[in-house]
Design a binder for this molecule. Sequence first.
Ligand code: G3I
Length: 377
Amino acid sequence: MIAGALTASCLALVPSVAVAAPPPHAHASHHHSHPAKHDTLGDLAKRAGIKFGAAVNTDVLATDAKYRHLVGTQFTSVTPENVMKWEVVEPEQGVYDYTAADQLVAFAKQHHQVVRGHNLVWHNQLPAWLTSGTFTAAQLRDILHQHITAEASHFRGKIQQWDVVNEALNDDGTFRQDIWYNAYQELTGDGTGYIADAFRWAHQADPHAKLFYNDYNLEFTGVKSDAAYALVKQLKSEGVPIDGVGFQGHLDTQYGYPDLQNNLQRFADLHLQVAMTEVDVRTFVKQNADGTYSDTPATPADAQKQIDYWTNTVKACLAVKACKSFTTWGVSDNYSWIPGVFTGEGAGLLYDQNENPKPQYFAVADVLRHAHGHHRH
Ligand code: G3I
């Protein structure tokens, strides 16, 4: 029964006609200056000149029809939340499994969406054969080369933006001394050398994909953002094929709102694209009577802050010409990574635990609707 309903609803989604809302074209075609209330985030973002994306959990996409409907209609870009990561794609050395990622790429094509590839090099979610194997530094460099070449070649022509290197920096602005850094340190005396190699190898494998450095906390002015700035400036000056910087945007109402627009702009001034790649705005939430998480912010002030952080983040991207992609890290709070990692916090996304739009959804939609007519192209 569920499979049947899912198939029916999928077919109904092509081409981009909302089921839960009146068909957008019926309104939009009559009132160009007053876009219909039920336009999707993707529709509104398109008029504002940017892609609006979501990170997608492919297990949920296959089993939850409401989620699948939202992913297929609301967004113009998708990022695999996990299934392009090393542990999934190369579970045994030299044995590649692109099944889940290929399914998402096919879904994206069917729904006229672009794909952000995430990611080629990271310290996390590496397969056990790699982390518990005994390899020389030279072997590790070859393993990295082979992995990047295989994966970027497999998806050649299908990825708009690749997060080539993810989270290479610590919060204090030093380089993370992970498996790649340590191997290159031993081989060449420069632990950071894997970064330039990764971009060069990715470019060889997929010359048309835009290649990004992606990290968190770059939104805030400070040592980490400065270190990322110095890194990408250096890469550019060496002719390394880097096209952009991804600002993850994992925000939290317990901290002040970051100096985001200025930080986006200074990276853009290096002639790089910028993108908001993993946005969510978490806050402390009330507990349900049975001790489980509710989706209700602890105070009304927190709830308002979440809305403000969301709208300010979208406005910052719209204000910077080089920012043409805005992605939320998930769709709805019921599947978000946040409660599993930050005790007592949650409610980070635009849709609630029942996959219904929250006030921040409507606030973001209003910001995008307002941007209509601004000359961004
Ligand atoms: O696949 C296994 C499954 O086989 C096993 O039964 C289950 C039991 O825990 O775990 C599953 O793996 C989980 C995986 O997500 C896939 O669901 C891992 O435990 C879990 O740790 C992993 O979390 C992901 C996290 O990255 C890992 O660091 C989150 O879903 C994902 O949202 C998160 O995404 C990162 C970005 O890639 C980079 N920036 C930060 C962002 C949030 O942490």
